[in-house]
Ligand binder design. Structure first.
Ligand code: COA
Length: 537
C-alpha cells in the first residue's frame, strides 16, 4: 500500500468518526426520544426519501470545534421524494430539544440558498425548541430570514412542505405558517406563538397545549394544518403524497440516456494526493477517475447496437494544453451531463493560466455548460518580473470571469487552496452551487510556513525601526506556535465546522456526489452570461 493511500485512509477513518459525532449528537436523549415512541431526524428522512435512493447529506460537520454539538442540531440534505429532488431540513430534537444555535442558523440559511439557486422544493421535518435561548442575540435578528425564504420560494412557484412532529413554538410556528402544505402529527404537534405558561403571564388566560396548538385543533379549527396525520409514519406517507402531486417538472437538460463509468479506477484516487502538498500531482489522474469514460461507453453502446462516432472520443478533451500548462482545462461528461473542468496542474497560477481560465470560462458560458473547479493552488505568482508582466490584471481577468459567469459552478478542494488562488478558482466567496473538500484539503490566506515567515520579517523590520535588537531566538517559539495554529485552522473540519463548505467527502465518492449535484442543477435551465465586467487588458 502506498504511503499516500495509508495517509488518506487514516484521514477517511477520522472523517467517519467525526461524522458519527453528528449522528450520535443527542447522546442519552436519543434513547429517551425513542422511548417516547418517536423517530429520529435521520429515520424520518430515510422513510421520506424513495427506497434505494441516495440522500446527499450537506454540512454534517457544521458547528465542529464550537461549543455546540457537531451537526448543529439539524440534518440537511438533498433527497429524492416520489422522483422529485427536494431540499430536506430536519430538526434533531435530541440535541437541546432541537433548539437552533448560531451554527444551525448558518447551516439552514445555506440549505435555503441551495434550494433557491437550484430551484428545489423544500420539505421541513419540524420539531424544535426554537431559538437556543442563551445565544438568542446572535440568532434572533438574522433568524427571521428563514421564514422570508419559505414564502419567497413559494412566490417563485417552488413549493414548500412542513411536517410537524412536535414542538414548533414562537418563531418556529412560522415554519408551518409560511409553508404551502402543512401536515401535523396527532397528539404530538404543538404549534403556537406562546405556550400555556407564557399566555398565562401575558393575558391571564388558562389554557392547555392541545387547544392552544394541537394538531387536531389546527386541522379542524384554525386551518393552519392541511392534513391530520395519525402518527409519524402516516405524516411521512402524507408528505410523499403531497410531493407526488406537485406536478414537478425539471426545466433543465436531461443527461445522455447511457454513460460509462470512468476509464480509470476511482479507488486509485487514494494514492494520488501527496502528504506534503508542496509536491505537485497531475489532476488529469483525478479527472479520468471522476468523469464518464469512453471505453466502457463504446462497449455499452456497441452492445446496444448504436455507433459513437468512429471511436474518436476521449473522456477529457483538454483545451489549450500547450499554453499556461500549470492550469489544465477541458471538456468532459459526468453522469451524462456535459461539464467544463479547470484544475490546477502545478500549484502556482501565472498570467498565462489566468488568461486561459478567463477565456475558458467565457467559452463555457457561451455554450451554457456548467463548470467544475478542482483546487490545488498556492495562489498567484509573486515577484518583480510577474508584477511587471501584469499578474494583477491577469488574475483580475480570471476573477472577473469567475464572478460574472452565470453557468453553475461546482468546486472540489482536493489539496491546497491558498491566497487569491482560492478566489480565482471559485472558492466559497464566489458562490459555487456546491463546494466539497477532500480530507487532504488545506485552505488559508497563505501556507503556514510562509505566513509565519512574513510575520517574522515584519517583526524584525518593526524592531529595527524602533532601534531595538530583534530577538530571533525568542521569535522562534512564536513562529512555531503561529505555524501550528495556521496549520490547524486550514484543515477541512475547521472550515466545514464554520460552514465554509457543503461537506468533506471521501475522494472515491466525488463522482457520485458531483453527479447528484449536476442532476440537481438541471432542475433549472442552465444559461450562461455573455456580460462580464470590463476586462483590464
Ligand atoms: N434553548 C436552549 N436550550 C434548550 C432549549 C432552548 N430553546 N429548549 C430545550 N433546551 C435544552 C434543555 O435545557 C435541556 O438541556 P439539558 O440537557 O442541558 O438539561 C435539553 O435541551 C433537553 O430539553 P428537555 O426539556 O428535557 O427536552 P424535551 O424533549 O422534554 O422538551 C422542548 C423539548 C423544546 C419542548 C422543551 O425543552 C421546551 O419547551 N423548550 C423551550 C421552548 C421555547 O420556549 N423556546 C423559545 C422559542 S423562541
Amino acid at each position: 500500500m502506498s504511503d499516500n493511500r495509508t495517509a488518506m485512509l487514516d484521514k477517511i477513518a477520522d472523517l467517519a468518526a467525526e461524522q458519527a459525532k453528528a449522528v450520535d449528537a443527542g447522546g442519552k436523549y436519543i434513547a429517551r426520544h425513542k422511548e417516547r415512541g418517536k423517530l429520529t431526524a435521520r429515520e424520518r428522512i430515510e422513510l421520506l426519501v424513495d427506497e434505494g435512493s441516495a440522500f446527499l447529506e450537506l454540512m454534517p460537520l457544521a458547528g465542529w470545534g464550537s461549543d455546540f454539538a457537531v451537526g448543529a442540531s439539524i440534518v440537511t440534505g438533498i433527497g429524492v421524494v416520489e422522483g422529485v429532488e427536494c431540499m430536506i431540513v430536519a430538526n434533531d430534537p435530541t440535541v437541546k430539544g432541537g433548539a437552533l444555535n448560531p451554527w444551525s442558523v448558518k447551516k439552514s440559511f445555506r440549505a435555503a440558498e441551495i434550494a433557491e439557486r437550484n430551484g428545489l422544493p423544500t420539505v421541513n421535518l419540524t420539531e424544535s425548541g426554537g431559538a437556543d435561548l442563551p445565544t438568542q442575540k446572535e440568532i434572533f435578528i438574522p433568524g427571521g430570514r428563514g421564514f422570508r425564504d419559505l414564502t419567497r420560494s413559494s412566490a417563485r412557484k417552488v413549493p414548500t412542505v412542513s411536517v410537524v412532529f412536535g414542538n414548533s413554538t414562537a418563531g418556529g410556528a412560522y415554519v408551518p405558517g409560511m409553508s404551502d402544505y402543512v401536515i401535523m402529527v396527532k397528539e404530538q404537534a404543538k404549534v403556537f406563538l406562546a405556550g400555556p405558561p407564557l399566555v398565562k403571564m401575558a393575558t391571564g388566560e388558562e389554557t392547555d397545549d392541545e387547544s392552544l396548538g394541537g394538531a387536531e385543533m389546527h386541522s379542524r379549527v384554525s386551518g393552519s394544518s392541511d392534513f391530520l396525520a395519525a402518527d409519524e409514519y402516516d405524516a411521512i406517507r402524507l408528505a410523499r403524497r403531497v410531493v407526488a402531486r406537485l406536478n414537478w417538472r425539471k426545466a433543465g437538460d436531461t443527461p445522455l440516456p447511457t454513460y460509462a463509468d470512468p476509464d480509470l479506477d476511482p479507488e486509485d484516487l487514494l494514492d494520488l494526493i501527496p502528504q506534503d502538498l508542496k509536491e505537485p500531482f497531475d489532476p488529469r489522474e483525478a479527472i479520468l477517475r471522476i468523469v464518464d469514460g469512453v471505453s466502457t461507453l463504446r462497449q455499452a453502446q456497441d452492445g446496444a447496437g448504436s455507433t459513437t462516432g468512429g471511436g474518436n472520443e476521449v473522456a477529457f478533451d483538454e483545451f489549450k494544453p500547450l499554453y499556461g500548462s500549470a492550469l489544465c482545462v477541458g471538456w468532459a461528461r459526468l453522469h451524462g451531463h456535459p461539464i467544463g473542468i479547470l484544475a490546477n496542474a502545478r500549484g502556482v497560477l501565472m498570467s498565462e493560466e489566468a488568461q486561459k481560465a478567463a477565456q475558458f470560462i467565457q467559452l463555457a458560458n457561451q455554450k451554457d455548460t456548467p463548470l467544475l473547479f478542482l483546487h490545488n493552488t498556492t495562489g498567484y505568482m509573486v515577484g518583480k518580473d510577474y508584477e511587471q508582466g501584469g499578474i494583477i490584471k491577469h488574475g483580475a481577468q480570471m476573477i472577473n470571469a469567475v464572478s460574472n459567469s452565470q453557468v453553475p459552478h461546482l468546486t472540489v478542494i482536493m489539496g491546497a487552496s491558498y491566497g487569491a488562488g482560492n478566489y480565482g478558482m471559485n472558492g466559497r466567496a464566489y458562490d459555487p452551487r456546491f463546494l466539497f473538500t477532500w480530507p487532504s484539503a488545506k485552505s488559508s490566506v497563505m501556507g503556514p510556513a510562509q505566513l509565519a515567515g512574513v510575520l517574522e520579517i515584519v517583526a524584525r523590520e518593526s524592531a529595527e525601526k524602533k532601534g531595538q535588537v530583534f530577538d530571533a531566538d525568542g521569535f522562534k517559539a512564536i513562529k512555531e506556535m503561529v505555524e501550528t495554529q495556521i496549520e490547524e485552522q486550514s484543515l477541512p473540519y475547521v472550515l466545514s465546522g464554520m460552514v465554509y463548505d457543503d461537506g468533506v467527502i471521501d475522494p472515491r465518492d466525488t463522482r457520485t456526489v458531483l453527479g447528484i449535484c449536476l442532476s440537481v442543477i438541471h432542475n433549472q435551465r442552465v444559461e450562461g452570461a455573455m456580460n462580464f465586467g470590463v476586462f483590464r487588458l
